[in-house]
Design a protein around this ligand. Structure first.
Ligand code: NAD
Length: 374
């Protein structure tokens, strides 16, 4: 088999789907040859010779995209699609909720596997790209907030007087939110956090942050809040209004607000109204991590820092891409672990186990047909 690693072409995408560490393992059996497009790793601090030194060939885009197995970060688009080989296996963040993108992979004749659709089961944890990348996003959100905030994060006692610790509020405490809390804690901030899912309270408190409770009015609200498969569901409007009022009150005293609330396949819930932003301290910073799904904050704009009454709202996309070397290292290991389902560790033979729950959950299309249930 030929395994291809194309250079990512989407604007601002600095990651790459394989690293010398994973290429070495893929090449180890001697049964597969690896073609890395020239320059594919450069934005992740991996020069071409590092790939060559572990057995990869450096080739053109057409060779990497035309391989039997194509490993990508973002789903191919435009001219890339025409270069895919019919019958090839395509693995990446294929955006399974974008019907026209999924159709385009089906039309290209590939078997497309969307890593966003990995089931949240123990066996799939080592492949979980959403977790590995969200962890990085949570860390980077705090770094960016600290960089944009005109004050210290920790409490300092100096000869020139005392500086108060920054008050940080994290909304949405999944993988990114937990890492944001842990990172802000290490920097000495005082942290509060909230989420729709009740199970998160203990995790927040174990990281030394204070839980902001948004009560449920009845059992039905509590049931919806528990979510499905580890993911949140849209909450009733009454609960959202209660949350909005409680959070608006907390926001008046907050220096840094980090929002990460997401619901798979839907626009991000709007948690922060324009009037809440208007009532925040003029030195406050907001980082809206949900910006690519429309944002949690009214007024946030994609890839911009918007200033409202002195409050800076940071809406940068692809924060993992701003920690490119480590984001690629973790992503590439996730991809390798996913491929290991189909690779015989002893012989190196490649055969996709069609009855495997992980394979079935991630398969979007094959033989020209869309097969994912959405
Ligand atoms: P996510 O990125 O889908 O969402 C981020 C957070 O936003 C979630 O905690 C969600 O509850 C919250 N949210 C959604 N709507 C909200 C609202 N209106 N108000 C406040 N918060 C809202 O979530 P994620 O980071 O993918 O993680 C979700 C959970 O799944 C976590 O508890 C994580 O630990 C768990 N997880 C489990 C596995 C596994 O078991 N294999 C793997 C990965 C993650």
């Amino acid at each position: 088999m030929i395994i291809g690693i194309p250079r990512e072409t989407r604007d601002g995408e600095t990651r790459v789907a394989a690293t010398p560490e994973t290429v070495k393992k893929l090449a180890a059996s001697g049964k597969h040859s690896i073609v890395v497009e020239a320059g594919a790793g450069v934005a992740s601090s991996i020069p071409d010779p590092d790939f060559q030194s572990v057995g990869a060939h450096i080739g053109m885009a057409a060779q990497a995209l035309g391989a039997d197995i194509v490993l990508k970060v973002r789903g191919p688009a435009g001219a890339e699609l025409a270069q895919l080989k019919r019958g090839a296996m395509l693995v990446g963040l294929l955006n399974p909720f974008d019907a026209s993108a999924v159709r385009s992979y089906a039309d290209a004749g590939v078997s497309g596997f969307a890593l966003e659709k990995l089931p949240r089961i123990t066996r799939a944890q080592s492949m979980d790209v959403l977790s590995s990348q969200a962890n990085i996003a949570g860390y980077k959100a705090v770094m960016m907030a600290g960089n944009t905030y005109g004050r210290f994060m920790p409490m300092l006692m100096t000869a020139a007087g005392t500086v108060k610790a920054a008050r940080v509020l994290v909304l949405g405490v999944g993988v990114a939110g937990l890492q944001a809390i842990a990172t802000a804690k290490r920097l000495g901030a005082v942290i509060e956090a909230s989420d729709v899912r009740p199970s998160v309270k203990d995790q927040v408190e174990s990281l030394g942050a204070k839980w902001v409770d948004v009560p449920y009015a009845n059992d039905e609200e509590r049931k919806i809040a528990e979510g499905v498969g580890g993911y949140a569901r849209p909450m009733p409007l009454e609960w959202m209004a209660r949350q909005s009022a409680i959070i608006a009150e907390r926001c008046k005293n907050v220096d840094i607000l980090i929002t990460t609330a997401l619901i798979p396949g839907r626009p991000a819930p709007k948690l922060i109204k324009a009037e809440t932003v208007a009532a925040m301290k003029p030195s406050a910073v907001i980082v809206d991590l949900a910006i690519e799904q429309g944002g949690n904050v009214e007024g946030s704009e994609l890839d911009k820092i918007v200033v409202k009454n002195g409050v800076k709202i940071v809406g940068f996309s692809n924060l993992p891409g701003r920690v490119a070397a480590d984001a690629s290292a973790l992503y590439a290991r996730n991809v390798l672990n996913f491929l290991a389902l189909s690779l015989n560790a002893k012989t190196g033979e490649f055969a996709v186990p069609k009855d495997d729950e992980i394979i079935q959950a991630t398969l979007l299309c094959e033989n020209g047909q869309v097969v994912a249930k959405g």
